[in-house]
Design a protein around this ligand. Structure first.
Ligand SMILES: [Zn+2]
Length: 488
């Protein structure tokens, strides 16, 4: 909702209360009634001196006029109708813009707003079908492949923010993250009742970022969540209007968080030294910056090509072999469906990402060379356990560049002929013959299939739960007013 439109409504509201016509107020402040009318319709911005004159004539303060709240419920509906009609969904219909005139009954206005709001909601729902989600996700993956998974402008932004809070080296403290939030006018608030469908919630009105409690095990994910919330603000993100935009925003906030926890300059310096020693290891990189193995592995792919001259791949695979996340610019043959989507596709049984689950000791990285139809790759895998079961994180490179990594001397070798079905996805014919009519199994629901996304302002987030949460946590209006007075 544009601030000018709200301002216009507030001027009209107070003019009505003062019992003045447009010309009547115009006479008092030295403006033509027609100019005032443009202001009330949000089509012209008053100069500060004009605003002061109007406020004086209406016996209110300029702060009263500049409040972002619509003055009445009726006005809120009128403004919403205007906003919805200006939106892409309504515009496509080629229907006339209906102006909420003074004579339009409240119930007609409420009905129009309700219908258009629902139309808006349904179109968002339609955008977020699993098919579209998969297409969008593939498009983003290919876009990042083109860019060697690097976003230098976000690296620069992260380093600028770090410099401003006095960061020098090593792991980033929670304190420094809180300082970064303060610099952009936000306070980090830890709560135990975040809506289930959210990772963090930001109250823009009161400048608060709500996060889960700091004391939860594995709390280092918390810096990342706070940084992601900060990134939304720094990057000026607004409500995503498509699933693609939602994914793009998520990519950017994840990248920013990683680039802050593992700043480019310090990381590249660290990794170059490891390369000189032919001893690059994601586990060392992880420990040097105090992050999760997955974050370190992903971050490594941001820097490997541009800064270290290495083509790489990254896989996150579940213990059922399904791919959850992947990136490659080294030609590793990833399993994909006809549309090019990789999520939920089953990775070759002979890849390190899967053989890593077989060994008894899983405390260190697991190394393996794998021959594929696209050449031989060296991979390093680490297994772990998450909320949705076991998974493996794999980083690897083509044979020729394995020499820069710890574990390149491994004797372990494996052959993959995937995507040929005779490699590992089909049983041997004699075994299939034996069991085909002699067995029965009950399927587990697939966790990785992209389920239809709940509709709402933010894909995947339950609006009702979200707004209820914000209501519950909003600071007392009296406190806020007091704080504002203090500032003024
Ligand atoms: Zn295979």
């Amino acid at each position: 909702m544009s601030d000018l439109a709200v301002l216009g409504h507030r001027i009209r509201h107070y003019r009505g209360r003062a019992g003045l016509t447009l010309d009547g107020l115009g006479d008092l402040v030295g403006l033509a009634g027609s100019q005032l009318s443009l202001m009330e319709n949000g089509k012209r911005e008053p100069r500060l001196s004009q605003l002061q004159a109007i406020a004086a004539a209406l016996e209110v303060t300029t702060t009263d006029l500049l409040s972002e709240e619509p003055p009445t419920e009726r006005s809120r509906m009128e403004l919403e109708l205007q906003r919805l009609q200006e939106g892409a969904v309504y515009s496509r219909l080629g229907l006339p813009h209906v102006r909420a005139s003074k004579t339009m009954p409240d119930e007609v206005l409420r009905s129009l707003v309700g219908l258009q709001r629902e139309l808006d909601r349904r179109s968002r729902e339609a955008i977020a079908t699993p098919e579209q989600a998969r297409r969008d996700s593939t498009a983003i993956r290919l876009q990042m492949q083109q860019a060697d998974n690097s976003m230098p402008e976000l690296d620069a932004l992260a380093e600028e923010q770090l410099a401003a809070v006095g960061y020098e080296r090593g792991a980033l403290t929670h304190r420094a993250v809180a300082d970064m939030a303060t610099r952009i006018g936000f306070e980090l608030v830890y709560v135990t009742d975040l809506p289930h469908s959210t990772r963090s919630v930001t109250d823009l009105e009161h400048g608060r970022i709500y996060l889960p409690p700091a004391s939860i095990p594995g709390g280092h994910g918390l810096r990342s969540m706070a940084l992601q919330a900060i990134a939304h603000r720094l990057l000026g993100h607004s409500e995503p209007t498509s699933y693609r935009e939602f994914l793009q925003q998520r990519l950017e906030i994840n990248y920013f968080a990683a680039a802050t926890l593992m700043p480019r300059t310090a990381s590249v310096e660290y990794l170059r030294r490891a390369k000189q020693e032919r001893n690059i290891a994601v586990e060392d990189f992880r420990d040097a910056f105090g992050v999760t193995h997955e974050s370190a592995a992903m971050r490594f792919t941001n820097l490997a090509t541009v800064d270290l001259g290495l083509q790489v791949h990254f896989l996150r695979v579940g213990d059922d072999g399904a791919l959850m996340r992947a990136y490659e610019n080294d030609g590793l043959p990833l399993p994909m469906d006809a549309s090019g989507a990789i999520e939920g596709q089953v990775v070759c049984r002979h890849f390190a990402a899967r053989t890593a689950f077989d060994r008894a000791s899983r405390t260190t990285e697991f190394y393996q060379y794998t021959d594929t139809p696209s050449g031989t790759f060296w991979c390093s895998s680490q297994t772990g356990t998450g909320t949705d079961g076991e998974f493996s994180i794999t980083v690897g490179v083509p044979f020729d560049t394995a020499k820069w990594f710890r574990g390149s001397s491994t004797q372990r070798r494996s052959q993959s002929r995937c995507p040929a079905e005779t490699c590992c996805s089909q049983p041997a014919p004699e075994i299939a013959d034996r069991w085909r009519s002699n067995a029965w199994a009950s399927a587990r629901m697939h966790q990785h299939t992209l389920a239809p996304l709940p509709s709402g302002t933010f894909p995947g987030v339950d609006d009702a739960e979200l707004y209820d949460f914000l209501e519950r946590h909003a600071p007392d209006e009296a406190d806020v007013d007091a704080a504002r007075m203090g500032q003024g």
